[in-house]
Design a protein around this ligand. Structure first.
Ligand SMILES: C[S@@+](CC[C@H](N)C(=O)[O-])C[C@H]1O[C@@H](n2cnc3c(N)ncnc32)[C@H](O)[C@@H]1O
Length: 259
């Protein structure tokens, strides 16, 4: 989603419609990252050069709220514990930092962070780093492991080319929609290339030499040409169109909605 114009935060709290209670699909994606995180932790713990002087900083970018916020960093902390136990190695001191946009519901996250701090053998200190991952978040060469799941497909903003030329992402008129699809796709791809390049440059400054990143995000294979509107499930877009035709949603507002 474009992050600035659309107040893109996940539903806060613990209620029925909260992200905390509606993120099991994302959690399944996180579980697929478990073995990768464990392997990387072993590499980091075995590389005394990288770990000097026995400290490790682990961050999660776009942590959101609810149980998923701590899932990846918890896997990493447990893997450190297991590795050090197995090889009778002293555990490094671990600093866990969770990031999301400032509007995120960090209240719930903070409470679970305290639990993570108390329940682990390696010394674990925790913190919140609010801000956009399209900006500098950490000091230079301070981070050993960057994790991020289901977040990096969010753009920093709506694609400029579409906004400037008033081209809706999903034209209600079917003919115009199909005709403009290549323009819409390229505009999103261009914004993504720009954002992701910036993201890599920023993290390159923040990672220690030999540091690692494990990132999972939504995507599609580049050799599959999209024939359908690829940004919202078609069904959601169609429902929104009906709401426009019934006057529930203003057409101008719908046309300026860039997911
Ligand atoms: C779908 S949630 C994923 C949460 C969690 N990582 C998971 O896997 O369930 C995406 C999160 O990315 C955050 N996000 C989007 N753009 C961001 C940005 N530029 N900087 C930091 N966080 C961002 C959103 O606020 C949201 O909480």
């Amino acid at each position: 989603m474009a992050s600035k114009q659309t107040a893109p935060i996940m539903n806060q709290g613990q209620g029925e419609t909260s992200y905390a209670h509606n993120s099991s699909i994302q959690n399944a994606e996180q579980n697929k990252m478990k073995s990768l995180i464990e392997a990387v932790v072993v590499e980091l713990c075995s590389n005394t050069g990288t770990l000097q002087p026995g400290k490790m900083v682990i961050v999660d970018l776009g942590c959101s709220t609810g149980p998923n916020a701590l899932a990846l960093v918890s896997i990493a902390v447990e893997a450190i514990h297991a590795h050090c136990l197995q090889f009778q190695q002293p555990s490094p001191e671990v600093s866990v930092l969770l990031n999301d946009l400032p509007e995120n519901d960090f209240n719930t996250v903070v409470k679970s962070l305290v639990t993570l701090r108390q329940s682990n053998d390696p010394v674990v200190v925790t913190g919140i780093t609010p801000g956009s991952f399209y900006e500098r978040l950490f000091t230079s060469e301070s981070v050993h492991l960057v994790c991020s799941s289901n977040s990096l497909h969010w753009l920093s903003k709506a694609p400029e080319d579409l906004k400037t030329n008033l081209i809706p992402a999903y034209d209600i008129d079917e003919h115009s929609r199909h005709e403009r699809l290549p323009i819409v796709l390229e505009a999103y791809a261009k914004q993504y290339r720009k954002d992701f390049t910036l993201f890599l440059k920023l993290r390159a400054k923040e990672l220690v030499s030999g540091g690692r990143m494990i990132i999972s995000l939504l995507g599609r294979r580049s050799d599959i040409i999209a024939t359908k509107f690829p940004f919202l499930p078609e069904i959601v877009a169609q429902i929104l169109c009906v709401m426009v035709s019934e006057g529930v949603i203003d057409k101008e507002k719908f046309d300026s909605f860039y997911a």
